[in-house]
Design a protein around this ligand. Structure first.
Ligand code: HEC
Ligand SMILES: [Cu+2]
Length: 477
């Protein structure tokens, strides 16, 4: 008998025959006959900023997506931990990539070790709730839901379990790209980036495990505004990479739960912006607004080497809440497009001599050792996030503190920068920087400790400042 089923002319015939033979399994979804002939494709899921490859199919398929809800504790910032709720273990959730007219067979698993019920609402679904009701499951269950992709576009998906802002605020969002039937033009590099806010019990970068803060969420006062779920997810060793003259396409979305992004990349102009992730594009755009629960597709061609900086151009979020990422471009210099520039003093102006540091009776012996230990702690918990753990900085964005000629010229004065912050043009070891260093909220002991640590350990110098001098410096201001 078995062989006969396999040879059956139509799927319907084989299924009705099979159903008469085996007990009906209530959990198995019944596929409508019309879609029976679709070839089955299992969706490949990869961690952001990567995404599944471009679709080359020219006909519809039944795409099986296996998404797992995972509650995971990991770093939200260096030295700061947070319990994220995720689709597929990552923030944003793994990207789903299908074609217009496909049938998506979504399997959502809620792992037995999880603490809460979850579900998924995909904005690509036509129908009430986007799949939320069909997929609401307690830990230790699997839900299956099928839908047809009627509209092409880039769509956000998210958990829609109450309180929804809490589930999204803990990282439960991702995107589904529905490619148009005619396909997307090929590009050289594609990236998947999502912005989202986090509301933690402690302040920005407060160390240790941080709890979710419901009141801050309701007040829409995020502690962190992040790209891809962590402070530094796209900087340092995690920076995105491309070559000059490559065509870059970025799929950018905002999970929220509350904040609209003024998405901008410093150092490039978007050739095309598929506004709101839809069909039409605008050309030659600097900044594009992406609402919570919305998306955009941007395309551009970097032409000169260096770092392009992704920001939410509501800039306090970039410099004080983490919404910053880097796209590092390699290639030859192109002075005809972007010159190095020339700087000269105005006629008659003599370059200012550096003010002499007061002769400081600095700490010695055991006190010195204790101060160096404290300085190292302050450096690692406060400065390393921008200036990097090795103090070498990030080319073009954060100047080095290790072997910094700027620091070595007047180490004593550097305490001013830590207390008051600094912005504007600066040249360190011959490289130009024009960033913003926010004033650091540190007490006098910590400021003295970190300056002496940086001078001794990272610049082969001597201790240069005492807590009392830091105090006087604050008063003088
Ligand atoms: C949020 C990122 C950030 C943090 C945190 C930060 N800095 Fe900076 N820092 C910068 C930026 C950006 C500049 C360049 C400012 C400019 O362009 O004017 C800078 C410049 C400096 C400079 C002068 C340039 C140089 O490289 O010598 C010193 C000194 C410095 N920072 C020390 C520190 C110390 C010490 C800490 C920790 C207590 C710290 N910074 C924390 C971003 C940061
Ligand atoms: Cu959830």
């Amino acid at each position: 008998m078995k062989k006969k089923y396999k040879l059956a002319a139509t799927w319907l015939a084989s299924v009705s025959a099979a159903l008469s033979m085996v007990p009906v399994n209530a959990a198995a979804p019944a596929a409508p006959a019309a879609e029976a002939a679709l070839p089955v494709v299992v969706q490949e899921l990869v961690a952001p900023p990567a995404l599944p490859p471009r679709i080359t199919r020219t006909t519809a398929a039944r795409v099986v997506v296996n998404l797992t809800v995972e509650e995971v504790e990991r770093e939200i910032a260096p030295g700061t931990r947070y319990t994220f709720w995720t689709f597929g273990g990552t923030v944003p959730g793994k990207m789903i990539r299908v074609r217009e007219g496909d049938t998506v067979e979504l399997h959502l698993k809620n792992l037995p070790g999880n603490k809460l019920p979850h579900n998924i609402d995909l904005h690509a679904v036509t129908g009430p709730g986007g799949g939320a009701a069909q997929t609401l499951i307690a830990p230790g269950n699997e839900a299956t839901f099928t839908f047809k992709t009627l509209n092409p576009g880039l769509y956000v998906y998210h958990c829609a379990t109450a309180p929804v802002d809490m589930h999204i605020g803990n990282g439960m969002y991702g995107m589904i790209l529905v490619e148009p039937k005619e396909g997307l033009p090929p590009v050289d590099k594609e990236f998947y980036v999502m912005q989202g806010e986090f509301y933690t019990s402690g302040a920005y970068r407060a160390p240790g495990l941080q709890a979710f803060d419901m009141q801050k969420t309701i007040d829409e006062k995020p502690t962190y505004v992040l790209f891809n779920g962590a402070d530094g997810a796209l900087t340092g060793a995690n920076a995105l990479k491309a070559n000059a003259n490559e065509k870059v396409r970025m799929y950018f979305g905002v999970g929220g739960p509350n904040v609209t992004s003024s998405f901008h990349i410093i150092g490039t102009i978007f050739d095309k912006v598929y506004t709101e992730g839809g069909k039409h594009y605008q050309e030659h755009v600097q900044t594009t607004m992406v609402p919570a629960g919305g998306s955009t597709i941007v395309e551009f061609v970097p032409r000169v080497p260096g770092n392009l900086t992704l920001v939410d151009h509501s800039l306090s979020r970039a410099f004080n809440k983490g919404a910053i990422g880097l796209l590092s471009i390699s290639g030859p210099e192109r002075p005809e497009i972007y010159s190095k520039g020339i700087k000269t003093p105005l006629p008659g102006v003599v370059a200012k001599a550096a003010p002499a540091a007061p002769a400081a009776p600095v700490v010695t012996g055991a006190a010195h050792t204790a101060q160096q230990v404290r300085g190292k702690q302050v450096f690692e918990s406060t400065c390393a996030a921008c200036h990097q753990a090795d103090g070498k900085g990030v080319a073009g964005v954060f100047p080095p503190l290790a072997n910094s000629d700027f620091f070595q010229q007047r180490p004593y004065e550097m305490a001013h920068i830590v207390i008051n912050g600094r912005s504007g043009e600066i040249v360190v070891n011959g490289d130009h920087y024009n960033g913003v260093m926010p004033a650091q909220t540190l007490d006098d002991d910590d400021v003295a400790a970190v300056i002496n640590y940086v001078n001794v350990e990272l610049n082969k110098g001597k201790p240069v400042i005492t807590p009392a001098q830091v105090r006087d410096m604050r008063k003088a201001k």
